[in-house]
Design a protein around this ligand. Structure first.
Ligand code: HEC
Length: 121
């Protein structure tokens, strides 16, 4: 048997490890984290998140919020813009955006990107 003090100490360590693991889980939504990773890999080069940066595609920060605020379905519109980039061309821009197949993005990837973009503020 370990002396009481050592057992108590080990018990405390186990509780602390457990608590920190819980904190990580609730603090980070895996879908958003995956969306951000995909965005940084495939989209950021044309859609920088810093407003003044030189860009090929329109600024997407706040787009989801603006669409929702104007009564539109942001998730549906963003998904359409990603899946069929040449269906509607944003005024002032050229038809340069690659379709998801060209970037080897799966349906799950597109869903994660939409989830991330809706929250991009
Ligand atoms: C080669 C550059 C390029 C890449 C890479 C690119 N885009 Fe685009 N994107 C554009 C351009 C140019 C437009 C504006 C023309 C249009 O509507 O197709 C655009 C438009 C959009 C729009 C519509 C914006 C609006 O104001 O309605 C969304 C949403 C979007 N892109 C998301 C993405 C996502 C997500 C990715 C990564 C999977 C991506 N783009 C990758 C160039 C790019």
């Amino acid at each position: 048997m370990l002396p009481f003090r050592t057992t108590g100490f080990l018990f405390l360590i186990v509780i602390l490890i457990g608590l920190s693991a819980c904190g990580n889980k609730s603090g980070e939504d895996p879908l958003l984290a995956e969306g951000e990773r995909l965005f940084n890999t495939h989209c950021l080069s044309c859609h920088p998140t810093a407003p003044a940066a030189p860009h090929v595609g329109p600024h997407l920060v706040g787009l989801g919020e603006n669409l929702n605020a104007s009564g539109q379905d942001a998730a549906a519109l963003l998904e359409e813009s990603i899946r069929q980039p040449d269906k509607v061309i944003t005024t002032g821009y050229q038809n340069l955006m690659p379709a998801p197949e060209l970037l080897s993005l799966s349906d799950d990837d597109v869903n994660a990107l939409v989830a991330y973009l809706v929250t991009l503020e």
